[in-house]
Design a protein. Structure first.
Length: 159
């Protein structure tokens, strides 16, 4: 997903960790309003001696870093096969082969860009509803326009 979302894919080098953190925060925010179990899976297969790990990010969201030699796709495929279509499972990937595999396992599929658009639409809708109801913004981030948010993010990464 990091490679598919323009605002995240433009980051390079050490900024990848920042992009990953921004993605985790955005997905956690989205999950809090959807009340669904979400697993956000990152590749760790090229990292030597990497045992992998799973972290609980919020109540129903987990972040998974795959172990050395295991790709995120492999982890996702294993979970899709385990579900056997008994559990509603939506896999977010823009990889057509991966989409086909999970579809055959009974999972729904969504591209990274589609999810990002849905997340943004969800965030904007919440913001609009709060304005309509006369409620204050929930977060400082939501009070900022995009340009200010980008400036502050550059400052955060440089210091």
């Amino acid at each position: 997903m990091l490679n598919e979302v323009k605002s995240l894919s433009s980051l390079k080098g050490d900024e990848w960790e920042d992009a990953r953190d921004r993605l985790i925060a955005a997905v956690a925010d989205y999950q809090g309003h959807r009340q669904e179990n979400i697993y956000l899976v990152f590749d760790g297969h090229f990292l030597p001696d990497n045992p992998g790990r799973e972290e609980r990010c919020s109540g129903r969201m987990r972040v998974v870093f795959t172990k050395e030699g295991e790709t995120a796709d492999t982890w996702i495929e294993r979970q899709a096969a385990r579900s056997g279509g008994d559990v509603r499972l939506t896999v977010v990937t823009s990889d057509r082969l991966e989409q086909s595999f999970v579809w055959n396992q009974g999972a729904l599929r969504l591209s990274a860009r589609e999810l990002w658009r849905e997340m943004e639409k969800n965030r904007q809708g919440r913001k609009k509803n709060r304005k309509k109801e006369g409620k204050k913004f929930a977060t400082i981030d939501e009070r900022l326009d995009e340009k200010t948010r980008e400036i502050l993010e550059k400052w955060r990464r440089s210091g």
